[in-house]
Ligand binder design. Sequence first.
Ligand code: XMP
Length: 513
Amino acid sequence: MIILVDFGSQTTHLISRRIKELGVDCKIVSPDGVLTIIKQLKPKGIIFSGGPASVYEKNSPTIDKKIFKLGIPILGICYGLQLMVYLLGGNVKQGKIKEYGPAILKKDGKLKKVGDSDLLKRVDNLIPVWMSHGDVVESVPKEFKIVASTETIACAVIEDKKRKIYGIQFHPEVVHTPDGMTILETFIKICGIRISTSKMDKEFADGLVLDIKKTIGNGKAICALSGGVDSSVAAVLVHRAVGKNLESVYIDSGLMRSGETKTLRKVFKKHYKIGIKVVDAKDIFLKNLKGVTDPEQKRKIIGKTFIDVFEKEAKKSGATFLVQGTIYPDVIESAGSKLSQKIKSHHNVGGLPSKMNLILLEPLRNFYKDEVRKIGKILGLPDKIVNRQPFPGPGLAVRIIGDVTEEKLEILRNADKIIQEEIQKTKLFKTLWQIFAVFTGIKTTGVRGDGRVYGETVAIRAIEAQDAMSANFAKLPYGLLEKISTRIVNEVKEINRVVYDITNKPPATMEWE
Ligand code: XMP
């Protein structure tokens, strides 16, 4: 077993997932009382996660220094590295440049041969890695050797071979560090643990269905269906478990994309063989959102309105359980662990009112999107549904900067429809995590037919990702961007400018709000 000490990183759970993918048990623990837990669980290795704090700040999370004397191999990641340096006598300071995104890892020039580093011995020189930090290590404790650097930071990887203590500034757990798994695997091997890969198969899905059966028993459940992959897979799982005792309700919030409600009815009947009840709640949502501009407030209002409408439906159906397709990144970005920061309240987590008359059932809470897709495939769902691009619960409301009105929704729907039509014509659709339009709320000057126009600006956001924790903007061909842009300004009369979002995550999130 590996103990993963959580200092509040957005990716703590992702590190644990990677370790579990290697067939190794991993337990996430908080830094307080860690020595007692280690005594009980006798782990073969310890990992310190990253975190949002700075080691030199007052009240930043720390750990008992005795941990370094236990003789158990330790790997510190990002804040974890900085903390070990700080506690063992080195120096950490605020970096001149904050570094978020890709960097190239260079094995220290003084190393004569690749084998000189324990942790990096199985990776090449000059590999891409993913950074997300503001602080840097200035000097290392005397027992440590710097074994890799980047153009921006002198100390990217350190090792104390004798005590088997290692520190890395980048994030090996995200897919944007392609050799990250090899580095984690190397650490696991250093810990003396054998690697075997875990699998997600029919037995695994049957286990999930059985768990749901046990939880719901003879009770009734109502499912908050959005038509997206997550809630669809959740609904099919629960339907397998309790059959007719599940009522699937789709609330039309008026914040959906063009034609969404119509296609949803069709798809569900055909592919899932589950009847859905459509509740038209457009007016309530728009009324509750009137004049609201703050993103977090929007999310909270939408979350609460969803629950209010659902509670009414649930009362009618006699359900006691509310099934939601919440997945892990929704939980973590809504501040799912003690030391992690809230990035945004995903409507199906942070937006829930504290008093609710339904028991929440979230069968996918511990999974990432790609895992949910695998479960969907095991359940026999067709590719075109399993591979649907994600759509946020709060819908177009978080893609409209400023207050939400029917008029803006219509403009955005029309622009988004063009993007979807054009991308569907290409093979790129399959490789993109998401592509969508954002109503920026910025008006700019244009010229049309020799006359001055003052119109709206729409942004295109196209993302490549594997899980939602890190992502890069897609380098779409200019020809395609031009086609989309030309169609939007020609066909949506209110829009006279289209811009392309070229920001990675981190530092930007995928949705603008
Ligand atoms: P962010 O913007 O957090 O998005 O980088 C990561 C992924 O999550 C989707 N997203 C949501 N999904 N409820 C959801 O069900 C939400 O409130 C929500 N907010 C963002 C987003 O579309 C992206 O795929």
